[in-house]
Design a protein around this ligand. Structure first.
Ligand code: VGL
Ligand code: ZN
Length: 207
């Protein structure tokens, strides 16, 4: 079994949103088309309570500053993907009909969660790994936002879970807080064993 993992395709990560990723909205038609080809489609949703400790505003600091949060290095972000807000919604154009399950993350105010599998301290699971195991998924293809954060950490955890992991490059966009962050993330993923492919090389019927 294979699965397409659609990571955080939410309004706040698109142009006009609170934590905009350049061209974040442009991957949606591609992701909609890709959904048809997979046995299973799963989405993640960044889903923070108000006052989440990854928000700069929770510390009277500026976005981009780095703090120690309960023993982990934390980049501070603008308030984003607040539970129930417009910004936390999936992008309108994203087809939801083929999505089998949605996993929400970042719900614990004390710890951030970039990966769709675990929080940043690997303390709590979202249930995604168990779900994929139950569905006998052995290969995951990953698309969404943002390449250098949530997509990256989802891919790294997928490999750690023993899944064959494929990053679909043009179905992702990155934050690029620093120039070159996306390229560095892709290089790190390749080194970790992630297969990196453009959508044109994704098989019509993935094995
Ligand atoms: C993300 C930063 C903060 C992401 C989520 O989806 O990549 N990035 N929260
Ligand atoms: Zn977040």
């Amino acid at each position: 079994m294979n699965a397409l993992l659609i990571i955080d395709v939410q309004n706040d990560f698109c142009p006009g949103g609170a934590l905009p990723v350049a061209e974040g909205d442009q991957i949606v038609p591609l992701i909609n088309g890709l959904q048809e080809r997979f046995d299973l489609v799963v989405a993640t949703q960044d889903w923070h309570p108000t006052g989440h400790k990854s928000f700069a505003s929770s510390h009277g600091k500026q976005p981009g500053e780095v703090i120690d949060l309960n023993g982990l290095e934390q980049i501070l972000w603008p308030d984003h993907c607040v539970q129930g807000s417009e910004g936390a919604k999936f992008v309108d154009a994203l087809r939801l009909g083929k999505i089998d399950r949605i996993f929400q993350k970042g719900t614990d105010p004390e710890i951030d969660s970039y990966s769709g599998f675990y929080d940043n301290g690997h303390r709590k699971a979202t249930g995604l790994a168990a779900y994929l195991k139950e569905k006998k998924v052995t290969t995951v293809y990953v698309a969404g936002l943002a390449t250098d954060y949530c997509v990256k950490y989802t891919c790294l955890d997928a490999v750690r879970e023993g899944l064959k992991t494929v990053l679909i490059t043009d179905a992702c966009r990155g934050v690029n807080l620093k120039e070159g962050d996306v390229e560095a993330a892709v290089a790190e993923l390749k080194k970790a064993g992630v297969i990196v492919l453009p959508s044109s090389e994704v098989p019509e019927r993935p094995a």
